[in-house]
Design a protein around this ligand. Structure first.
Ligand SMILES: Nc1nc2c(ncn2[C@@H]2O[C@H](COP(=O)(O)OP(=O)(O)O)[C@@H](O)[C@H]2O)c(=O)[nH]1
Ligand SMILES: [Mg+2]
Length: 233
């Protein structure tokens, strides 16, 4: 009974993803043309994505010109939190959608004055699974895990680990209170993605955030010089 349905559904899913990828490519070109480095931040609900962005916006104040898109099924709460630290924040309501899609990002970007922006953060819907498969036109995907989720989550969510350009392990301030096996967690990550940089951070205590900021700066510069090289070549 289920076999014909599956063979019918797969081409449809492929068409949806192709349409998504086309829009994402247009967004990527537009952002690259404007020299905007864009980060798609993916992590579980409660892992600390908004807290990290709040702290990051404060640390970047006066140095970078950020904008933030934030996706949630419901409420503007994260958008309101972030708007305290950045005047270019757009909340995207996904309704029943468990991830952001490229057309939602493209439409939200129309509400941003991109002239004044050199860095874009996209806080994806809290979910370790669906967001990974949808290209948004980002320059880099950053995966966030946290100590309160348990040390098995990298092994259980291999697609995020393999897709990520950087992994953050947040809530490191709670390490003394939790039996989180950091060595085992890193070993799971390395089996899946031997080279991905990993940073231990705390969005609330600030621990490790200087390395996160340094990564953003380095990655932005590397991207800009790669783009210049392409333009020359
Ligand atoms: N102890 C601790 N709590 C954190 C940290 N980051 C976030 N939290 C808390 O975790 C909860 C969820 O954070 P939030 O930023 O809303 O997570 P999000 O759903 O991933 O955006 C909040 O109560 C935060 O204060 C951290 O580094 N350490
Ligand atoms: Mg959030």
């Amino acid at each position: 009974m289920s076999e014909p349905a599956r063979t019918l559904r797969l081409p449809m899913v492929e068409r949806v993803l192709e349409a998504n990828d086309e829009i994402a490519d247009e967004t990527r070109d537009e952002l690259a043309r404007r020299g905007i480095f864009a980060i798609d931040l993916i992590g579980a609900p409660g892992s600390g994505k908004t807290a990290l962005l709040e702290a990051t916006l404060q640390l970047l104040k006066g140095r970078r010109r950020p904008a933030v898109l934030v996706g949630d099924l419901a409420t503007r709460r994260d958008g309101d939190r972030l708007a305290r630290w950045c005047d270019q924040v757009v909340q995207i309501s996904t309704g029943e959608g468990c991830h952001l899609e490229a057309n939602q990002v493209r439409d939200a970007l129309r509400q941003v004055d991109l002239e004044g922006v050199d860095l874009l953060f996209i806080e994806n819907v809290g979910n370790l699974i669906c967001p990974v498969g949808f290209d948004l036109g980002q320059t880099a995907k950053v995966g966030m895990f946290s100590l309160t989720e348990g040390d098995d989550k990298a092994a259980k969510h291999p697609y995020l680990v393999t897709a990520a350009d950087l992994l953050l392990l947040n809530k490191i301030d709670l390490a003394p209170h939790l039996s989180f096996d950091r060595v085992g967690f890193e070993a799971d990550v390395r089996l899946l993605n031997p080279r991905v940089p990993m940073l231990e951070v705390s969005a609330t205590s600030g621990q490790g955030l200087e390395r996160w900021i340094a990564w953003i700066d380095r990655a932005s510069v590397a991207r800009a010089s790669a783009a210049r090289g392409q333009a020359l070549g």
